[in-house]
Design a protein around this ligand. Structure first.
Ligand code: SF4
Ligand code: SF4
Length: 487
């Protein structure tokens, strides 16, 4: 058999999608900076539920000794991933704490113990000789989820239902949010693990073609990727086609739908998923975590993130154990100008969540923490809509934000859904361009929450009706029973 070896093709054209925004990138403060390891934290606060799916249950209690890498929470459903201790120490308490999404959630607080205890990982597993089930089981056991922000369990993403034909894997290294440079840093420092993770995912799914998508402000990384593809044995021997797809630096290029359109020319249908366009998209950090789960047996217990913004005196890319708190980092490592901090964001300035203080734990999907001064934030009060349609022109999902907003203001949730509420990727472009400073994306998030609450109520009511009907049936006398007649 002749092996067809395909080396990286230097892309000749820059891909893009329609609409979107040209934003000031503000990446200069951390661009090109090496990732610095957070000095051993004295304590971590690990949220028990960090994934999109059914809740986990705690496996430890206060007073228990735990080792780095030990599983401390897990759930039974398919849509769950376990959580592991990110440092060795003693469980101080288990309590409700404010998390990055601003909601209260159960957290395991661990006080650091012996700093020399490296912990316990799973044994290494060869992804190229184990079965698909074993490989997916390893990814789940390692607690891996989408590190780009969504928090969707990776083993579920890699298990498309029968009938869905996937022919392209996309490694998402676009990193279109201003300030954030984490993906660029990990691609620079761990390109071998990125390609390794990509080939593992290709082996699991049986897909032969992959594209590493990145914005054209990172084209200096192409030679590095080229070298790693050439060196990676599995990419050669498996007859795989791995290329780099350069995309125009345009927000929200890192969104799955935009990246798929830019790199393949395909469109994810309304209400659909990337798999409906034949694609699986994985963040570059997630692919690296997958490689480490097989080669080192390491669960997802550390993550790289950018800490930046005008109120951060020491902007840098850092590697932190999950559950680390910015408030506990030594000032010589992380110096925050609290007096001039007007806004703290977990995530980027466009899609991140504003949080009230620095005692919020870093999670598996925290790509950055941005500390903004008043001059960096838009604090103008909302004015009336002037019907300028800028929000419509900026929306890369081709929605009509102004109509969705009018519907929500009128309490008409159903019309907002008809107008595309569920197709909104919450990119915030419409809010950014709105001259009336209307908090459009914030309304859409609340609208989706209301919709979910309504659906839950409807489901509960339907279940009650069924059980009511059942109990009614149970007390209904059988024909003839009242007369005492037997069957
Ligand atoms: S937040 Fe939603 S409606 Fe607004 S631009 Fe983004 S996708 Fe469109
Ligand atoms: S951009 Fe703002 S002011 Fe203009 S139509 Fe949209 S909501 Fe109204």
């Amino acid at each position: 058999m002749t092996l067809r070896i395909k080396w990286l093709r230097i892309p000749e054209m820059v891909n893009t999608f329609k609409r979107g925004l040209k934003l000031p990138t503000r990446k200069h403060a951390t661009e090109g900076k090496a990732v610095e390891l957070v000095p051993s934290p004295g304590q971590v606060v690990i949220p028990v539920n960090q994934h999109f799916g059914a809740p986990n249950a705690c496996l430890v209690k206060a007073g228990d000794r735990v080792r780095r890498g030990q599983k401390i929470a897990e759930g039974a459903g398919l849509m769950t991933v376990p959580v592991h201790a990110s440092i060795s120490g003693v469980v101080k308490k288990i309590e409700m704490r404010t998390q990055a999404n601003n909601a209260e959630g159960l957290c395991v607080v661990i006080d650091a113990g012996d700093a020399g205890d490296a912990g316990e990982f799973m044994p290494a597993l060869d992804p190229f000789s184990c079965s698909k089930e074993e490989a997916l089981g390893r990814i789940r056991e390692a607690g891996i989820l989408g590190m780009g922000g969504a928090g969707f369990p990776s083993h579920v993403k890699l298990s498309p239902p029968p009938g869905k034909v996937i022919d392209v894997i996309i490694a998402d290294g676009a990193e279109c949010e201003p300030y954030l440079t984490t993906d660029e840093a990990v691609m620079t420092e761990k390109p071998h693990l990125l390609i390794r993770g990509l080939t593992i995912v290709m082996k699991i799914t049986g897909v032969k073609r992959a594209v590493i998508g990145m914005e054209d402000n990172k084209k200096n990384l192409i030679p590095l990727m080229e070298r790693e593809i050439r060196l990676n044995g599995e990419a050669r021997n498996g007859n795989l086609d791995i290329t780099v797809g350069l995309c125009r630096t345009r927000y929200p290029q890192g969104g799955e739908k935009m990246l798929i359109t830019a790199l393949t020319g395909r469109e994810v249908p309304s209400g659909g998923l990337p798999m409906d366009a034949g694609c699986i998209v994985q963040n570059v950090g997630t692919l690296i975590a997958i490689a480490e789960a097989f080669d080192l047996g390491k669960p997802l217990i550390d993550r790289d993130l950018t800490v930046s913004g005008g109120a951060c005196r020491t902007p840098k890319n850092i590697r932190a154990p999950i559950g680390a708190l910015l408030s506990r980092m030594p000032v010589e490592f992380m110096d925050v100008d609290l007096e001039h901090t007007a806004k703290i964001l977990f995530g980027g300035p466009m899609m991140g969540n504003a949080v009230p203080h620095l005692d919020i734990p870093i999670q598996k999907n925290t790509s950055g923490i941005i500390l903004m001064t008043a001059a960096e934030t838009l604090a103008d009060p909302e004015g009336p809509c002037i019907r300028c349609a800028r929000c419509i022109r900026s929306c890369s999902c081709r929605l009509s934000p102004v109509i969705m907003n009018d519907s929500l203001n009128a309490g008409d949730l159903d019309y907002a859904v008809t107008a595309g509420l569920l197709d909104c990727i919450e990119c915030g472009s419409c809010t950014y361009v709105c001259p009336a400073r209307i908090k459009l994306v914030q309304r859409f998030r609340v609208g989706k929450q209301r919709l979910r609450a309504r659906q839950a109520l409807e489901k509960a009511a339907a279940a009650q009706q069924v059980s009511g009907a059942g109990s009614q049936t149970a007390v209904q006398p059988a024909p003839g029973a009242a007369s005492g007649r037997g069957a």
